[in-house]
Write a protein that binds this ligand. Structure first.
Ligand SMILES: Nc1ncnc2c1ncn2[C@@H]1O[C@H](COP(=O)(O)OP(=O)(O)O)[C@@H](O)[C@H]1O
Ligand SMILES: [Mg+2]
Length: 331
């Protein structure tokens, strides 16, 4: 994409969606000019979004559906917090599916920086251009070398660059793994829907991305980041919902098995285990049990598959001591 691309122009807000932080737009479904493929039609209300997520295989409760609706339609970044494996990442993926837009994912880690998150200059390409110019007897000025042609776009830039027609979903996953300076680095994008590249200036998105940040809460995030975001805590789903999620993800599994595993996972969480199992572990457990031909969770099946649900030797030993009858539960 060149610097003259109409979808991203330095310092010029283009497109109909105002950037994050400006006056909130109207959120009426079916507003004039909103076609059937528009964001407002696809994400018409929290109830409609919940139903669409359900169709896409993701079961959200009203609170999460409302949070995702507001994130998409205000738009305002949404910070999803919760224990590992409760469905934070999947919520962003499912939202992108419903909006029928690319999911652009930035996986955070300790030490992540702008070069990984936003952009990098393509030095080999710049060097080649310099050599080619020299061979032709000319010289390239610095301004010729620091243009979009020599830029490698990383997830944040790709999200801002997204040409539409609907905004991309930008998933900034596990922000708690990044250093806290990286949080500050995100402020411009979160508050303005823009990014700044010193050599090129400020690039403002034609379609500001729908931003979902997730955190497993391994550390507290700064108030300054939270101030810029909507917040939603995803709790472990209750027994009924866990069973429904398992049945959705493992359609072939017997219904009693799904229910028993959901109950057993809840039982495990009452113990002081190092890694309490989330929805992900419940699904994997049922997959393993189903593969082994189990129609119900009994002591033998539970003992054979503990590694699907517990990931620490000490946790496994603690459960073995407690007994498989306790784990498998009443039948
Ligand atoms: N509400 C839900 N509906 C459907 N699947 C879910 C739900 N919550 C979690 N899952 C499933 O559980 C697994 C773990 O979810 P994930 O989003 O990776 O968790 P987290 O990001 O919170 O650690 C995924 O396979 C996902 O499909
Ligand atoms: Mg995740």
């Amino acid at each position: 994409m060149s610097a003259t691309d109409p979808s991203v122009r330095p310092d010029l807000p283009v497109g109909s969606d105002p950037p994050v932080g400006s006056d909130p737009p109207s959120v009426q479904a079916g507003a004039p000019g909103a076609g059937p493929d528009s964001l407002s039609a696809l994400v018409g209300s929290p109830i409609a979004l919940r139903a669409a997520l359900d169709d896409a295989g993701y079961l959200a409760d009203d609170g999460l559906a409302t949070a995702l609706f507001c994130a998409a339609r205000l738009p305002q970044p949404l910070l999803l917090e919760g224990e590992a494996g409760v469905g934070k990442t999947e919520a962003a993926k499912a939202l992108a599916g419903v909006v029928d837009t690319p999911l652009i994912r930035l996986q955070c880690y300790e030490g992540i920086d702008a070069a990984e998150a936003l952009y990098e200059w393509n030095f080999p390409r710049q060097l080649l251009a310099i050599r080619a110019a020299e061979a032709a007897g000319s010289r390239l000025a610095e301004t010729d070398l620091f243009t979009r042609d020599y830029l490698i776009g990383r997830p944040l830039l790709r999200a801002v660059d997204h040409p539409g027609p609907r905004p991309a979903v930008l998933l900034i996953d596990e922000i708690d793994r990044a250093d806290d300076e990286f949080e500050a680095f995100l402020f411009e994008l979160l508050a303005e829907g823009s990014v700044t590249i010193p050599e090129l200036g400020t690039l403002r998105a034609a379609h500001p991305p729908i931003v979902v940040l997730t955190s497993n809460r391994t550390r507290d995030l700064h108030d300054a980041l939270k101030r810029r975001c909507l917040y939603h805590w995803i709790d472990y789903p209750d027994l009924e919902r866990t069973t429904a999620i398992i049945r959705r993800r493992v359609p072939g599994a017997a219904e009693p098995l799904a229910h028993q595993v959901a109950a057993a996972v809840r039982r495990l969480r009452t113990l002081d285990v190092q890694k309490p199992p989330g929805v992900a572990e419940a699904i994997n457990w049922v997959l393993a049990l189903d593969l082994l031909g189990a129609r119900a969770l009994d002591e033998t099946a539970a003992a054979a598959t503990l590694g699907s649900v517990l990931k620490y030797r000490e946790d496994i030993e603690a459960i073995e001591e407690k007994g498989m009858t306790w784990l498998a539960g009443p039948r």
